[in-house]
Ligand binder design. Structure first.
Ligand code: BGC
Length: 397
C-alpha cells in the first residue's frame, strides 16, 4: 500500500499537480481500517457527503517523515468521506508551494488545507484564495495572512514545555547540586511553530539557567542562533559539530542537548556520537516519533520524543472542513458534537495571523514517548508495530 501511495505521489509530483484522489464514492468506510494504522480516531461523521467537492491538500515536503504520514492520512480520510483530493508536496521550496496552491485554485478546489513551508511567503496566493471565497485551514503551521479561516495543530508551546520538563526531571534540577551543561537546537525560523516550541522549553529551563544550575557552555541561546534552516538534519549536525569542537573538545562534560524535533535530534545525536569526547550518556529530546528516532530511543541514543498523533490531527481537519463546507458552525461546539476519542481544545486567543487578528484554532494534545512507554503509547493504539528486529515500524509499512 505504501508503495502504491508512493507511486501515486511520485506521479503527482512529476506532473507538479494532479488530482490524486478518486474520492466521490461517499462510501463512508472507516478511514483508518486496513493500512492506515488502527490508532487513529475516526471522523465523527462517517456518512460521506463530500460528493462533488474537492479539497486541496498542500504539504511541505516528503523528505521529513511526518509530512508523508500527514499527507497520507488527510488524503485517505477526505476520500473516505467522499471528497476528491489534490495532494502536493513542494520539496520544501516556498515558491513551488505557491505554484502548487495556485494550481489548486485554478482547478477549482472548494477548500484548502495547507501546511506552510514558510508562513510569511504565501500572501499573494492566500489573498487569491480569499478573493475567490475559498476557505483555508492552516494545518499544523500557521500562515501569516488573515484569509486563513482556521488553524488546526497541536499545542505547540506545550511541546516545548514537555521537552524542557523532561530535561528538568532527568537532571533532577530542583534537587541535584549541578551545575549541568546544556545546549539548544531549535527549528526553522520560517516555521511559525518553531519559536513556540523553543519558548515552551525555555519557559521551563530559563529559571535554572538564571540560578546557575544549568550552564549553556556555548552561550548560544538566541532563537536565531540555535535555529535550524529547513529543520534539516544536516544543518543541525553541522552546528552541533561546531559547538562540540569549539566548546567541548577540551573534555568539558555535556549533560543535555535540547532539540525541538526529531530531524534536528538525529543530527545532534550523530554529532555527539562521532565528535563528543566525553563518555557519559547525553540527554537528547525530540518531537514526532519518526522511525529513525524511535530506534535511537530504544538504543539509548535519544532520550525522548514528543509524539503528536497526526492521524487525529487529520480527523479534526476533516470534521472542521465538513462543517465549513456544509455551512455549519465551526467553533467549540464542533468538539462537543464530534465524539472524538482524543482531547482537543478550541482556542481563540493564542494564535494571530497578523498582529491583533486572532485565528480560531483547534489544538490537540502532545504526549511524551520514551523507551519505557513506547509500546504502550505507540504500539497499543496501533500507530506503530514492533518489527522483526524489535524496533518500531509504521503500521502502514
Ligand atoms: C511540525 C513538527 C515537525 C517540524 C519539521 C513543525 O512545523 O509541527 O512536528 O517536526 O515542523 O517538519
Amino acid at each position: 500500500m505504501k508503495k502504491t501511495l508512493a507511486l501515486i505521489l511520485a506521479a503527482c509530483m512529476s506532473l507538479s499537480l494532479v488530482a490524486c484522489g478518486g474520492g466521490g464514492s461517499g462510501s463512508g468506510s472507516a478511514p483508518n481500517s486496513g493500512s492506515q494504522g488502527g490508532g487513529a480516531s475516526q471522523s465523527a461523521d462517517q456518512s460521506g457527503g463530500g460528493e462533488g467537492k474537492t479539497v486541496g491538500i498542500a504539504m511541505p515536503t516528503q523528505s521529513l517523515e511526518r509530512w508523508n504520514r500527514d499527507g497520507d492520512y488527510l488524503d485517505k480520510q477526505f476520500q473516505a468521506a467522499g471528497y476528491k483530493t489534490i495532494v502536493t508536496y513542494s520539496d520544501d521550496k516556498s515558491e513551488q508551494q505557491v505554484n502548487d496552491i495556485q494550481n489548486m485554485l485554478a482547478q477549482g478546489v472548494d477548500l484548502l488545507v495547507i501546511a506552510a513551508i514558510d508562513g510569511n511567503s504565501l500572501n499573494t496566493v492566500m489573498n487569491d484564495a480569499g478573493a475567490a471565497g475559498i476557505p483555508v485551514i492552516a494545518y499544523d503551521r500557521l500562515i501569516m495572512n488573515d484569509n486563513v479561516s482556521y488553524y488546526v495543530s497541536f499545542d505547540n508551546f506545550t511541546v516545548g514545555v514537555l521537552q524542557g520538563t523532561y530535561v528538568k526531571d532527568a537532571l533532577d534540577l530542583d534537587n541535584a547540586a549541578g551545575p549541568f551543561n546544556i545546549e539548544f537546537t531549535a527549528g526553522d525560523p520560517a516555521d511559525n511553530n518553531a519559536p513556540f516550541f523553543y519558548n515552551g522549553a525555555i519557559s521551563i529551563l530559563q529559571p535554572y539557567i538564571d540560578n546557575g544550575k544549568l550552564n549553556v557552555v556555548s552561550g548560544q541561546t538566541a532563537f536565531d542562533v540555535v535555529g535550524t534552516a529547513g529543520w534539516k538534519t544536516e544543518n543541525a549536525l553541522n552546528r552541533a559539530q561546531n559547538v562540540l569542537a569549539s566548546f567541548y573538545a577540551d573534555g568539558t562534560k555535556l549533560d543535555a542537548w535540547l532539540c525541538s524535533n526529531d530531524s534536528t535530534s538525529l543530527g545532534v545525536a550523530q554529532a555527539i556520537t562521532s565528535d563528543y569526547a566525553g563518555g557519559n550518556p547525553v540527554i537528547i529530546t525530540g518531537q514526532d516519533g519518526d522511525v529513525a528516532n524511535l530506534r535511537n530511543i530504544k538504543d539509548g541514543v535519544q532520550s525522548m520524543t514528543v509524539y503528536k498523533a497526526v492521524a487525529n490531527e487529520a480527523v479534526v481537519t476533516l470534521d472542521l472542513a465538513k462543517a465549513i463546507l456544509d455551512g455549519k458552525t465551526a467553533d467549540a461546539s464542533l468538539i462537543s458534537a464530534s465524539g472524538w476519542s482524543f482531547e482537543c481544545a478550541y482556542d481563540t486567543d493564542s494564535y494571530e495571523t497578523t498582529p491583533g487578528h486572532k485565528c480560531p484554532s483547534f489544538l490537540l494534545v502532545p504526549d511524551v514517548v520514551t523507551a519505557d512507554n513506547m509500546e504502550e503509547k505507540l504500539v497499543t493504539p496501533g500507530y506503530y508495530k514492533v518489527g522483526a528486529d524489535g524496533y518500531l515500524e509504521a503500521t502502514n509499512g
